[in-house]
Write a protein that binds this ligand. Structure first.
Ligand code: ADP
Ligand code: MG
Length: 344
C-alpha cells in the first residue's frame, strides 16, 4: 500500500533559514501517516505536547473505529440493529452532533450513517478489497432503507438509532475532528506554531517562522503537486479523493466515497480540496462536495458556509471558487486552465 499521508499532501518545509527549533514526529493512526510538526518551543515541551496528542489520537482511533469492536461507535452501531439505547461520552456525542449538522447542511450528501453501505462495498478493512463487487441488489436495498443522521436521536447522553440499515462511520470527518482537537490541545500547552498532516489533510496554527505554512495540494492524476497554498494562522486544508482508497473490477474503479442517494461509489471526481478555519467542517465538506459533483458543488458549498474549493474531475476540468483561485500558487510554468465557479 502507498504511504497515504505522504502521497496526498506534501508538506513543503524546506529552506528554514532561521534558528527556530523544529520538532517533528510521525505515527500511523486513522489508517494513515500522521505527521506533527511543532516550531518555536523547547524540545521537551514539544515532546510532551505531542505525546499527549498521540494518546488522544489512539483513544479516538479506538472509540471511533467503524468496524473493529471495542469502541463507542461500534457499541452504537450494534444498538442500531436492536433499537437499544446507549450512553456515550461528551467527546463522541459532540462528533455525532457535528455529523448531524453536516448532514442537514449538505442536503444529506455528507451522511456519516452510511457505514453499512461502506462496509457492504468492502471498505471496512485495513486493505482495500479485491475481486468481484458486491451484488448491487444488496447495495440498492441498503440505500432504499435511507440510513441517515436523522435516524440518530440524542437525549442528554443517551443515544438511540432508529434504522437497522444505519451504521456510523466517521471516516469522512474524523481526521478533521482529531486534528482540530490536537491543535487546541497543543495551544493549551503553550504551543503557538504547529502543523499536523493526516493523509491529505492539514491543520495549521501560527506560522513557519517568519513566513506562512506552505502546503502542497497533490495532483490526483500524477505524482506531484497541482498547486500550493500559504495558510493563514488557523486554517486547514482538506482533500478528499478517490485515488487512494478504491477497488477495481473489470476495468471500473469504485471509490470509498458513497453517494447516499444510490449507495453507489462516487465516480468522475478525482479530488476535492477545501480550505476552512474548522478542520472538521473542511473534512466533511471535501467529502460532501465530492458527492455533489461538478454541477452541484457551489450550491452545497454555500449551504455549508465554505468559500474556498478546488475540484478536479476525470475529464480534465479543474474548477475553483474565486476565493480559492486567489490562493493557489502553481509550480513554475504549470498554471492549468481553471474554471472559476462562484459559490451560489
Ligand atoms: P479520506 O478519508 O481519504 O481523506 P474522505 O474524507 O472523503 O477521504 O472520507 C471518506 C470516508 O468517509 C470513507 O472511507 C467512508 O468512511 C466515509 N464516507 C463515505 N461516503 C460518505 C458520505 N457520503 N458521507 C460521509 N462519509 C462518507
Ligand atoms: Mg472528508
Amino acid at each position: 500500500m502507498k504511504p497515504a499521508g505522504l502521497a496526498a499532501v506534501l508538506l513543503l518545509l524546506a529552506g528554514c533559514g532561521d534558528a527556530t527549533t523544529e520538532y517533528k514526529t510521525s505515527e500511523y493512526v486513522f489508517g494513515t501517516l500522521v505527521e506533527v510538526t511543532v516550531r518555536g518551543v523547547a524540545e521537551e515541551k514539544a515532546r510532551a505536547a505531542v505525546a499527549a496528542v498521540s494518546e488522544g489520537f489512539r483513544r479516538m482511533h479506538k472509540d471511533w473505529h467503524a468496524w473493529k469492536p471495542g469502541g463507542e461507535l461500534m457499541t452504537l452501531n450494534a444498538a442500531c440493529k436492536t433499537g437499544a439505547a446507549v450512553t456515550l461520552s461528551d467527546f463522541t456525542l459532540d462528533q455525532i452532533k457535528a455529523a448531524k449538522t453536516y448532514y442537514a447542511q449538505s442536503d444529506g450528501l455528507f451522511d456519516a450513517a452510511v457505514g453499512e453501505i461502506v462496509g457492504a462495498w468492502g471498505f471496512h478493512a485495513d486493505e482495500p478489497p479485491k475481486g468481484r463487487i458486491p451484488p448491487l441488489a444488496t447495495i440498492r436495498a441498503l440505500a432504499a432503507a435511507h440510513p441517515g443522521m436523522d435516524d440518530i436521536h440524542i437525549d442528554g447522553h443517551t443515544v438511540t438509532c432508529a434504522n437497522p440499515a444505519a451504521g456510523l462511520d466517521f471516516g469522512g470527518f474524523a481526521k478533521g475532528a482529531a486534528v482540530d482537537w490536537a491543535l487546541a490541545e497543543m495551544k493549551k500547552r503553550g504551543i503557538a506554531n504547529a502543523v499536523i498532516s493526516a493523509g491529505g489533510n492539514v491543520g495549521a496554527m501560527g506560522s513557519h517562522g517568519d513566513r506562512p505554512w506552505r502546503i502542497g495540494i497533490r495532483d490526483p492524476k500524477k505524482w506531484g503537486v497541482i498547486a500550493s497554498v500559504d495558510l493563514e494562522p488557523d486554517e486547514s486544508v482538506y482533500t478528499s479523493g478517490n485515488y487512494e482508497r478504491f477497488r477495481e473490477w473489470e476495468g471500473v474503479r469504485y471509490s470509498h466515497i458513497i453517494d447516499p442517494r444510490t449507495g453507489m461509489p462516487v465516480d468522475h471526481i478525482l479530488s476535492t480540496t477545501v480550505i476552512a478555519e474548522n478542520g472538521s467542517l473542511a473534512d466533511a465538506a471535501s467529502t460532501a462536495l465530492t458527492v455533489a459533483g461538478m454541477r452541484d458543488w457551489p450550491r452545497i458549498a454555500k449551504r455549508m458556509g465554505i468559500t474556498r474549493v478546488l475540484m478536479v474531475d476525470d475529464s480534465g476540468t479543474i474548477a475553483a471558487s474565486p476565493d480559492m483561485a486567489k490562493r493557489l500558487i502553481f509550480p513554475e510554468g504549470q498554471k492549468p486552465n481553471l474554471v472559476i465557479r462562484p459559490i451560489e
